[in-house]
Write a protein that binds this ligand. Structure first.
Ligand code: OAK
Length: 812
């Protein structure tokens, strides 16, 4: 037998009997147990392995086909991935769901029991991490040769417990019971240096030798990323830090100094110990910079290794490689590639710079100035001395370019420099990312425009063609098909087939059904059934959801002022015809972000107060389930009637929850911010509840001297709501939240309050007309097809990466 022909020849169970045999074989030979004594965990592990084998076989064919075609590879570098639970997804993507259901039934379990044992790897904080997961899904679905690189944090995003005291954080040891979905690849281990010093190389001006003072190993393992409705299976490669054998101090151990004996090893392995839970505000800790370089160094060496398998010259590197930087966290990849090319492979500086610039592209995910990463020069100098030298040289040559274009404009040089001078010298990662890449993109139209007009305006003036927009998208498989099976079946029936799962614009075909009353009734019945499943409140009440990270710019506090106003209105007039509402908040706050944690605590306190009030509780309920994550989002989204997207205009780069909710027939109440604008343009003004200032009005209001007290004094209901908080009946936390709004109100909450309340009244009026509401809901789904991550990936492929699909041949 020719072993090279072996790929794809392993026979995998395609009938129930065969699948059952594979499952049994995994149970016996890999799990080491029997049918009689198999626990649910044994069954879960054996099933996962059986499903995984189906994907592994496709993976082998994918690797062969992709390698044979010698394509331009897309390498996605991201410090975060929020992949979501794997079992259910992989059953769907491998087409083994029905086989598996029968097979596990024969073992005495249900698929749902086993799915409950599947733990989601929470290797991200929020939007940026989940976007990475949606994009790798769509890359595989579009047959684009790609690898996602990330860090395999031992502890993912903290587990959140909500009580009346607010949020508590517990460690998330997500792989404590093992992770059946990953393949360790210890042979592809890399060595990463830190600290130390540099030495000149005689006879060379640009090359240097870096002598690191600490060495850490990076060990990869990968998770399979199958495409939907295609053969391709790509991978996400995650790096774990490991101490080298030499770092264990045997002599100290023998002397009984147990802690000291392992301290170096512990220090090394701490690099991939924990995900930083500071969503978009910088902690500025050395360990975090170490994590970033660890990811970059391991990934670039792996990329270079893969390139060198072909023995092609460096001239073709950028033709065969594009590296997408998911925000600035992996931006040290730019000086690192320069270091590898110049110092290690002796490529001349100019040539190396040309290659580097053509290889990288950068996606920015924020507009908040405090979220733009900078690192103290002295920290860089100590941790990555050679990289700092390279950054200085890049900066010098760059500033020369600026000087040539704008002679004598010293202020411009100061503004654009990669090095910030005052109040302390820092490296501006976003500037480095713009200078070292071929393309820079924002994640929604408005965001990309504001990047060009504000934070990156000098760069846009210098290189207008570099700046692009690629509006975000989400996976319709995970966020409609898997999370909302009832609606998916109805959509498929309404459209005649399930082609929409790979071509989401086909949802437009639902438009004609919006006027069909029997279709509307079925649509509405599904929404109700999803609410019954979620079981957080009366399924006939308006389910009003605000699910996202807690941040002042997102304005959960505005929603809270609305809740307090409703409470007071109902108390004043209990006999009126109130629209019953269930207001659902979910989301985490960074552990050190006290203002956000105050808002969480205040919501929990007020929820309890309402619950205990017999006059108000029949009409108003506030719920705050703990530990918002991908799995919980998948349960809440299908049950939502109203989607709260109420950030101050100009602050939310895009949002992606807004897309998921619209696709599931929730109607948005929102500002003209991020992708809300594009959602409204597509679903139609009549099918969207708009309120508030736009981004230019908001900027103007700030510039002209915004006074929150002005609104407080002129609006009786606003004052009443604020006064309740100030009175202290909700404790100090209520006072603090009210105080920060009255004294400063960074995000113009009070300025948008009245407009928001009016829009909410429009919501209630519309809700009372069930046929009209349902029609709007259907039209939201019908016109949200643009927001598929498959479209996002197609945009990147055509306009930024210039890559084409590689088809993987089918087995039969
Ligand atoms: C996180 C850390 C640093 C900078 C940005 C983030 C982040 O999560 N940004 C979010 O990215 C999402 C995906 O592009 C957007 O939809 C959100 O609007 C944005 O806040």
């Amino acid at each position: 037998m020719d072993l090279r022909q072996g790929i794809g020849l392993r026979k995998l169970g395609k009938t129930t009997d065969e699948f059952q045999q594979d499952l049994l074989s995994n149970l016996y030979y890999r799990r080491g147990t029997t049918v009689e004594s198999a626990s649910a965990r044994d069954a879960y592990e054996a099933l996962s392995q059986t499903v995984r084998d189906h994907l592994a076989e496709r993976r082998a064919r994918t690797a062969a086909a992709q390698f044979a075609s010698n394509p331009r590879w897309v390498y996605y570098l991201s410090a975060e991935y929020l992949l979501g639970a794997q079992l259910e997804q992989n059953l769907l993507y491998s087409g083994t769901g029905d086989l598996a259901a029968e097979a596990v039934k024969a073992l005495g379990f249900s698929l749902e029991d086993l799915e409950d044992l599947d733990v989601e790897p929470g290797l991200g904080n929020g939007g940026l991490g989940r976007l990475a997961a949606c994009l790798v899904d769509s890359l595989a679905t579009r047959d684009i040769p790609a690898v996602g690189y990330g860090i395999r944090y031992d502890l993912g995003i903290f587990r959140q417990v909500i009580t009346e005291n607010g949020q508590t954080e517990l460690p998330d040891d997500w792989a404590f019971q093992g992770n059946p979905w990953e393949f360790p690849a210890p042979d592809d281990r890399q060595t990463v240096g830190f600290y130390g010093h540099t030495e000149p190389i005689p006879g060379s001006e640009t090359r240097k030798t870096w002598v690191p003072g600490e060495i850490v190993l990076g060990e990869p393992s990968h998770m399979l990323v199958p495409g939907y409705g295609t053969e391709t299976v790509n991978i996400v490669r995650l790096w774990s830090a490991k101490a080298s054998e030499a770092s264990f101090d045997l002599s100290r151990f023998s002397a009984g100094q147990y802690a000291e004996a392992v301290q170096e090893a512990v220090r090394a392995e701490n690099i991939s110990k924990v995900l930083y839970p500071d969503d978009s505000t910088e902690l500025g800790r050395e360990l975090r910079l170490k994590q970033q370089y660890f990811l970059v160094s391991c990934s670039l060496r792996d990329i270079v290794r893969r390139f060198r398998l072909r023995n092609e010259g460096w001239d073709t590197f950028a033709d065969k490689t594009v590296i997408q930087l998911n925000d600035t966290h992996p931006t040290i990849a730019i000086p690192e590639l320069m270091r590898l090319l110049v110092d290690e492979y002796e490529v001349p500086w100019e040539k190396a710079w040309e290659i580097t610039r053509k290889t990288f592209a950068y996606t920015c995910h924020t507009l908040l100035p405090e979220a733009l990463e900078t690192w103290p020069v002295r920290m860089f100098e100590k941790l990555l001395p050679r990289h700092l030298e390279i950054i200085y040289l890049i900066n010098m040559l760059f500033l020369r370019e600026v000087e040539a274009r704008f002679p004598g404009d010293h202020d411009r040089l100061r503004r654009m420099s990669i090095i910030q001078e005052e109040p302390e010298r820092r490296v501006r990662m976003a500037h480095l990312a713009v200078v070292g890449t071929e393309a820079v993109n924002g994640v929604a139209e408005l965001h990309s425009k504001l990047l060009r007009e504000t934070v990156l305006d000098d760069f846009a003036a210098l290189w207008p063609a570099k700046f692009q927009n690629v509006t975000n998208g989400v996976s319709p498989r995970r966020f409609v098909k898997l999370s909302n099976p009832r609606l998916s079946d109805l959509i498929t029936e309404g459209l005649g087939d399930d082609g929409w799962l790979r071509d989401l614009e086909r949802l437009a075909g639902l438009e004609r059904l919006a006027d069909d009353s029997s279709f509307r009734e079925r649509w509405q019945a599904i929404k109700r059934a999803n609410k019954v499943d979620l079981a957080v409140g009366d399924p006939d009440s308006l389910t009003d959801v605000m699910i996202k990270r807690f941040h002042e710019y997102k304005r959960q506090q505005l929603k809270l002022l609305h809740v307090i106003t409703l409470y007071q209105r109902i108390r004043q007039n209990p006999a009126a015809d109130w629209v019953p509402r269930t207001v659902l908040f979910a989301g985490k706050a960074a552990p050190a972000y006290h203002a956000a944690k105050d808002i969480i605590r205040l919501i929990a306190t007020i929820a309890a107060r309402i619950e205990a009030d017999p006059v108000v509780s029949p009409y108003l309920k506030v719920v705050f389930p703990s530990n918002y994550n991908v799995t919980l989002a998948e349960r809440i989204i299908p049950a939502a009637d109203l989607s709260e997207q109420i950030s101050l205009a100009g602050k939310e780069a895009s949002g992606t929850g807004n897309m998921k909710l619209a696709l599931n027939g929730a109607i948005t109440i929102g500002t003209l911010d991020g992708a809300n604008i594009e959602i409204r343009a597509r679903v139609g003004e009549d099918n969207f509840f708009l309120f508030g200032m736009d981004a230019y009005e908001a900027a103007q209001a700030r510039a002209n001297g915004y006074h929150p007290r002005h609104y407080y004094e002129r609006d009786d209901e606003l004052r009443a709501a604020m006064d309740t908080l100030i009175s202290g009946i909700f404790g100090d936390v209520g006072r603090r939240v009210a105080g920060s709004l009255l004294d400063w109100d960074e995000y113009l909450t009070l300025g948008d309050f009245r407009s928001y309340l009016e829009s909410q009244e429009h919501v209630e009026k519309t809700w009372r007309d069930t046929a009209r509401w349902t029609r709007m809901s259907i039209l939201n789904t019908a016109h949200s097809g643009f927001f598929s991550a498959d479209r996002t990936v197609a945009d990147y492929a055509a306009r930024i990466w210039r890559v084409a699909p590689v088809a993987v041949p089918r087995l039969d």
